[in-house]
Design a protein. Structure first.
Length: 198
């Protein structure tokens, strides 16, 4: 009787544990992706940054193509974010071992005086055990008895627009940035206070 009950309950318990582990990893990955975006956003909004402080620019990728125009990383556990192809290993548990691989990148965006003032940014967070040819579509979050695709797919993917906010032309720069990436007929008129330069 005990063997019969155990054989019925065991698969359900395995499925439940695997799903819980996968969900926990996904939550941690999402929080990590958001923190990566927030750290860049704060620096840019305060105006205390240089190009070197930003994620690498993805050559030839428009703001509308930020989600699909950048390939998955090929250089895993890199020491830094100096290339779009790099995924840096990060330890979030403090145990001395990396837990996730993070890929950060941006579009060229609107540049004023040689510095981007408005751009699209993307972050993909992969499991540390991800290997082989990685993909860009997020891993499945449905109930699973395995790893839910996290061996090749990112656990979290976030995209956003970041712009400076502490200078007089901030609104003008943001509108100009959106107009440059807008489809025909969806452009905004610049406020009269905006200058024609830079």
């Amino acid at each position: 009787m005990v063997a019969l009950v155990s054989s019925v309950i065991a698969p359900t318990m395995v499925l439940s544990v695997a799903t819980r582990v996968h969900s926990q990893k996904s939550e941690q990955a999402l929080a990590l992706a958001q923190s990566q975006i927030d750290s860049v956003r704060v620096r840019v909004e305060q105006g205390e940054y240089t190009v070197a402080d930003l994620p690498p620019a993805a050559a030839g990728v428009s703001d509308r193509d930020i989600a699909t125009g950048v390939s998955a990383p090929t250089n895993l556990n890199a020491a830094d974010y100096s290339s779009v192809a790099n995924a840096r290993g990060l330890d979030i548990t403090g145990d001395g071992k990396n837990d996730f691989l993070v890929q950060r990148y941006r579009t060229a965006g609107r540049i004023v005086n040689g510095v981007p003032v408005a751009f699209a940014m993307g972050v993909r967070v992969y499991d540390i055990d991800a290997a082989g040819t990685l993909e860009t579509e997020p891993a499945s979050l449905v109930m699973t008895s395995g790893n839910g695709g996290r061996s090749t797919r990112p656990l979290a993917v976030l995209y956003t627009t970041i712009a400076t906010s502490n200078e007089g032309n901030s609104l003008c720069n943001l509108i100009t940035y959106f107009n440059s990436s807008a489809t025909a007929g969806n452009t905004k008129t610049l406020p009269t206070a905006c200058t024609a330069t830079p």
